[in-house]
Design a protein around this ligand. Structure first.
Ligand code: MN
Length: 491
């Protein structure tokens, strides 16, 4: 489901103590706030005013309705007046959707002349939201708290940003991943407990034979390939005369898309060690599928594939780009240190600074024919890299802030797409932190999704989150990981 088709429900807490006139005013203002926030253009999804809830039953009812409505991606609560929170326990105990507590108030300023006890009774958010916050703390609910004035652009943007993370939850819970073959032999970090991820994150991770893909490829028509070649020509520069090789990638892409769409899969993984019956490792084919929103992981890495798809769904409509990535090589010149990220072939062109080129080169690994791939430089700018690892009994999401630069050299003989960045807090400390946390060589790199969104997503998914920032030290990280390890054993 597309981002714009999701909605969030605005549930306002109150009680009968104030009389019907106050409740009517609260309801009218809640509707006005929703209308104005929707009109702001800052929210990616529609906010829907649902109810001014005054009883345990009203709250339990709206929670049950939210749980079973596929379009509802979360609830946003606020207390214009005081809402005794024991009324919320039965509803909250059953809430299965993301939850944001918005601590705001209708008026921006205290009206000096107007303020009297009637005004005070109507405008109680300052203490109503505290009573409301306590019960969520007491119930240990995963939640987001945002405080600020509802008409301020920065506050609306924060709500919008959380909405995207919550849509990532909805997307995750229905995500299907198609595996062509197993993961690369002997590799540890691409392993993982598929039952655990389905229980925690909702992912359905299953395998399909490469032979079925080959049969599907053989059934692709020349007309379908012609059409795909026209699409490639409109998006990319051809830097090869080897048109048959490019056409073979088009055939692979069309076949993979048919299989993915037939099964409702938004992510896939393959491996160069299992290409039985295929002439080329999909390069351009996988890259162009990623550009359409599908997640991909190389060497059978279905975890990074799923995370790529989720982060693409979270950032739908944004233009910075989100890509499957791999730390490849370092530039360790003192004071000018960088990571060079790339892959054998499959970097998503959404992160390209300029129009990508289609090139054909030998692979150097495996035993297939030279594949066509997109070659480009990544954009400069702030970004994050994200890795989900299976710690045995729990999942850990690691996020590192990075600063991408235009690659400092043109590397004319490197036949793949490349992105260059400096990890926070600096390259070598950043590497020490990443390795200490157990982060993989495969990551999702995103210029759009923020670390706060990934933290929100991890909170909603109830998994461990580790963030390596400008301020992280190895010592503080080791301490955090030690305490996290104890805490997650008790959870
Ligand atoms: Mn790899």
């Amino acid at each position: 489901m597309a981002l714009k088709n999701y909605e969030f429900w605005f549930v306002v807490g109150s009680q009968f103590l104030y009389g019907p006139a106050v409740l009517e005013t609260v309801a009218a203002r809640a509707q006005e706030m929703v209308d104005k926030m929707n009109a702001s253009g800052k929210l990616p999804c529609r906010l829907v005013y649902k109810v001014t809830a005054k009883t345990n039953k009203e709250i339990a009812d709206v929670v049950r309705e939210a749980n079973y409505d596929n379009a509802c991606a979360g609830i946003i609560t606020w207390c214009h007046t005081f809402s005794p929170s024991k009324m919320w326990i039965n509803g909250f105990a059953n809430l299965q959707k993301p939850y944001l507590h918005f601590a705001t108030q209708y008026n921006r300023e205290i009206p000096n002349d107007e303020i009297d006890m009637d005004f005070m009774n109507l405008n109680q958010a300052a203490h109503g939201d505290r009573e409301h916050g306590f019960i969520a703390a007491r119930l240990r609910m995963p939640r987001k708290v945002i405080a600020g004035y509802w008409q301020d652009a920065d506050v609306q943007e924060r709500i919008g940003s959380w909405m995207r993370a919550a849509v990532g939850v909805a997307f995750s819970k229905s995500l299907k991943v198609m595996r062509f073959g197993d993961n690369m032999r002997e590799v540890a970090v691409t392993e993982g407990d598929k039952v655990e991820v389905q229980t925690k994150l909702g992912w359905q991770v299953n395998t399909w034979p490469v032979g079925t893909l080959v049969e599907t490829m053989n059934a692709v028509t020349e007309e379908e390939i012609d059409q795909k070649m026209t699409e490639y020509a409109s998006l990319y520069d051809f830097a090869t005369d080897d048109i048959e090789t490019v056409r073979y990638q088009a055939r692979e892409e069309i076949a993979m898309k048919k299989m993915l769409d037939a099964e409702g899969c938004m992510a896939f993984a393959n491996t160069f060690q299992d290409l039985y019956g295929m002439k080329q490792l999909p390069g351009l084919a996988s890259q162009h599928l990623m550009a359409q929103g599908y997640g991909y992981g190389g060497e059978g890495d279905w975890k990074v594939s799923a995370m790529t798809a989720i982060m693409k769904a979270m950032s739908e409509g944004q233009t910075g780009g989100t890509a499957f990535m791999e730390d490849y090589t370092y530039h360790l010149e003192k004071g000018n240190e960088y990571s060079l990220g790339a892959h054998m072939l499959e970097v998503c062109p959404s992160v390209a600074a300029d129009k990508p080129r289609i090139e054909v080169h030998p692979l150097g690994i495996g035993d297939r024919e030279p594949p066509a791939r997109l070659v480009f430089e990544g954009k400069a700018g702030s970004a994050i890299v994200v890795s989900l690892v299976d710690m045995g009994g729990r999942l850990r999401l690691i996020c590192q802030d990075i600063e991408c630069v235009k690659p400092i050299m043109d590397m004319p003989n490197l036949p793949v797409a490349r992105v260059m960045w400096r990890a926070m807090p600096d390259l070598t400390t950043g590497v020490e932190c990443w390795i200490t946390a157990g982060g993989a060589h495969h990551t999702v790199l995103s210029y759009d999704v923020t670390a706060e969104q990934m933290k929100d997503w991890a909170t909603m998914m109830d998994i461990e989150f580790v963030h390596i920032t400008r301020d992280t030290t190895v010592e503080s990280l080791e301490q955090q990981l030690f305490l996290n390890d104890l805490a997650w054993k008790l959870k």
